[in-house]
Design a protein. Sequence first.
Length: 89
Amino acid sequence: MTIFFKKKGEDFNAELMIDALVARLEHKAHHLEKKYPPLKMIFLINNIFYIHSKVSQKTFSEKNFVDEEYCNSLNKKIREYIEKYLTLS
């Protein structure tokens, strides 16, 4: 179960906000790809791992902002970027 945030009568889903943040990071990483492609993967691994570590903390997960399945999907995304980094290097 995911909790929605209320702001001025609107509902905000925590997972949607995190997905938007990840998409923004992926967009910013695109600029790094031109200079040195493996740097893009390092940037994404580092930032998504930070998000994953904050989301999976007990204080955050106890409040049911995100489910464990969503944390696993972030972890899977990190592993995919690691594999891409290894193939690029």
